[in-house]
Write a protein that binds this ligand. Sequence first.
Ligand SMILES: NC(=O)c1ccc[n+]([C@@H]2O[C@H](COP(=O)([O-])OP(=O)(O)OC[C@H]3O[C@@H](n4cnc5c(N)ncnc54)[C@H](OP(=O)(O)O)[C@@H]3O)[C@@H](O)[C@H]2O)c1
Length: 268
Amino acid sequence: MTLGFIGIGTMASAMIEGLRASAMVEGLGGGDILLSPRGAARAQDLAARLPGVRVAASNQAVVDGCDTVILTVRPQIVRDVVTALRFRPGQRVISLVAATAAEDLRAWIGLDLPITRAVPLPFVATRSCVTPVFPPDPEALALFDRLGQAVPCASLQDFDLLAVASAMMGSYFGLLETVQAWLATQGLPEPAARTYLAGLFANLGQVARQSPLDFADLRHEFSTRGGLNEQVFRDFAAGGGTAALTQALDGVLARVRGRTPVPPAAVE
Ligand SMILES: NC(=O)c1ccc[n+]([C@@H]2O[C@H](COP(=O)([O-])OP(=O)(O)OC[C@H]3O[C@@H](n4cnc5c(N)ncnc54)[C@H](OP(=O)(O)O)[C@@H]3O)[C@@H](O)[C@H]2O)c1
């Protein structure tokens, strides 16, 4: 099976790195991978380094030469890119394009092709990404399982909600940044704070991934009764921290569902 990528930027490169790594580790052939010519430096570099990866002469040559087309252009241009292409019956499309409905893509393609949406992150390069997939098409699930773990979504609602959850990355680092800045005001040098916080949160991430307990139970487990951890979360919640986070998530959901206008330059 040949995969074709249209738009060779951050996400396409990360997926291609991960797919080639999985082909080597698992001894799979992995099929050929065709790249569109834009993002020329990245495309040439990938083709030069990785077996079975070739740069096509045009976007149309990618579509003509592959079974599954993976759309990895930015939302602002996807309509122009897709309407200029001729797809053929029997092809599949996997779209990574944010805030772009499958119905719109199908209308621009002009054929009733199976279209799957996915929200991978650059962790696909190291095959450690959890990727929401809707609808849960078996081929797309198998693809993202090779790059970590696919999360099949039973409905568009579930898919949109996980897209909202993916918007927590900045806040995660913002939390670390806030604690580090506070530690600095108390006189702790930045390197010590960084080493300690990064290690602490990495271990907590492992616990969250591996423990059978739900998050509320883990919070209790990691908060001695009357202790410091309990105090911080109680004060954080009482000070409006959890309410502010909930409100922020409501705002992102409205944006994901297209109820609030998104400034063109702000779409990720
Ligand atoms: N980055 C993420 O973490 C992430 C996560 C989930 C989903 N996504 C989605 O994935 C998509 C790609 O994101 P990205 O971060 O990889 O973007 P990106 O780094 O900007 O890559 C987009 C690529 O598209 C190329 N391009 C521009 N016009 C083109 C055309 N007419 N035909 C073919 N290729 C064209 C660009 O080439 P030039 O450099 O030559 O302009 C660029 O290499 C977006 O829709 C985004 O919403 C991204």
